[in-house]
Ligand binder design. Structure first.
Ligand SMILES: [Zn+2]
Length: 411
């Protein structure tokens, strides 16, 4: 029975491969650059998909989040689903409608908003991030409906706004509305590897901090008259490096980089000439912290170190959080969503995926923070935001088969 349903749903996806390619390229032609990155937003693309879903017999839920900064004043997210036996539980595929801008046009070999199909690949801005997964999940849903297979729970898709700029008008708003349940199974197909070998079940917490040291600017030949903010800033950076990397040493082998990282990164230019002692020093740290640790504890240690250097050097130092997103708990590898997804990938592609953790963050982290088990997976060459971004049509078809197979394996 199970194998039969799997075969039928895979054939249904194959039968629609051409149509899928058409919807994919039509959608990519509709510009959906995030309004906060100077684009028109998701409105037109959402309308196109809503029409397509309705045309295929689906009821469409639409959530418009008000955003005065967006053309039309709202940011749309849309959803459709098929009912299953347990109508109180949902398997959701969550992908995003918005894209980043094209970047330098000169670096593109083709028009980023006029999709080109060549050698089995579709080239366009947003083809990989997140168009491929969006269309793959859409056609998985169509195939399941067409085959009429018995589903253990509801299966649905969400196409959401604002992923590329913090998700305030997308997933964060939807989570606040209580549209997802702790018993739901959530798949976020917005990261992956070229063979589909990794199912990501954990992310790290993120802290970006800015440190501004104030000293006193003087001629470089008279250091006693001033206070070299650059020297104090360097001392602070080295102290923070030592304190944080020395204290937060837990290892977690799930992650490719198995420890937390605390990296001094950007520094702002100070004086324009060599013979002046800088009166101000501004530098930044990028911190990626394992979910085993509380980010507030890291912040307390940063503040204590800042105070110590301040006192010792009689400088004024300001600490600012540029961004702080704590990590939700890792999704268990034997949770329904992780285990079913792994079986589906194996059944469709023959690849036996491993479970991994990453230092970056996807919207998967927002679900995990709300206690909803979430798996992040797709088959991509990993070229998001690059010029000449592309998606392989074979991945589009195979990922659609995997998505359609997940609920069938739970029967
Ligand atoms: Zn993305």
């Amino acid at each position: 029975m199970e194998t039969d349903a799997l075969d039928r749903v895979e054939s249904a996806v194959d039968a629609r491969a051409r149509e899928m390619q058409g919807v994919f390229t039509d959608m990519l032609r509709i510009k959906a650059v995030n309004p906060r990155m100077g684009g028109p937003g998701e409105k037109e693309r959402a309308a196109f998909l809503e029409k397509f879903l309705r045309g295929n017999g689906f009821a469409v839920d639409r959530v418009d989040v008000k955003d005065g900064g967006a053309p039309g004043g709202v940011r749309p997210s849309i959803s459709a689903k098929i009912g299953g036996k347990d109508s109180g539980r949902n398997l959701w595929y969550i992908s995003h409608l918005d894209t980043v801008p094209e970047g330098s046009r000169d670096l593109w070999k083709t028009d980023p908003f006029e999709p080109v199909v060549r050698d089995g690949k579709v080239y366009a801005r947003g083809a990989e991030d997140n168009g491929q997964s969006l269309v793959a999940s859409l056609f998985a849903l169509l195939a399941l409906k067409e085959v009429g297979a018995e589903l253990p729970f509801n299966v649905g898709v969400w196409f959401v706004a604002d992923e590329e700029f913090g998700s305030d008008y997308g997933i964060k708003a939807l989570l606040e509305k209580g549209l997802f349940k702790k018993t739901d199974l959530v798949v976020v197909p917005d990261a992956g590897t070229p063979t589909g070998s990794d199912i990501e079940i954990a992310e790290k917490g993120l802290l970006w901090m800015k440190l501004t040291t104030e000293g006193k600017q003087v001629h470089a030949s008279l250091p006693k008259k001033g206070l070299n903010a650059h020297r104090v800033g360097m001392e602070l950076a080295l102290d923070l490096d030592r304190v944080l990397n020395g204290k937060y040493t837990k290892r977690n082998r799930l992650y490719d980089y198995p420890v937390s990282s605390f990296e001094p990164t950007k520094v702002e230019p100070n004086v324009g000439n060599i013979n002046t002692i800088p009166g101000e020093d501004v530098s930044y740290f990028d911190c990626r912290v394992l979910p085993e640790y509380d980010l507030d504890a890291v912040v307390r240690d940063v503040k204590a170190t800042v105070r110590r250097v301040e006192k010792k050097r009689r400088a004024k130092i300001r600490f600012e959080k540029v961004q702080m997103e704590s990590a939700g708990p890792a999704t268990a590898s034997d949770s329904d969503v992780a285990a079913l997804l792994r079986r589906a990938v194996s059944a469709v592609t023959g690849v036996k995926p491993r479970f991994t953790g990453i230092g970056g963050q996807t919207v998967g982290n927002l679900f995990r923070r709300d206690g909803i088990p979430t798996a992040v997976w797709s088959t991509i060459d990993d070229v998001p935001h690059e010029p000449n971004e592309y998606s392989k049509l074979a991945n589009l078809v195979n990922d659609a088969k995997v998505f359609a197979s997940v609920p069938l394996l739970a029967v």
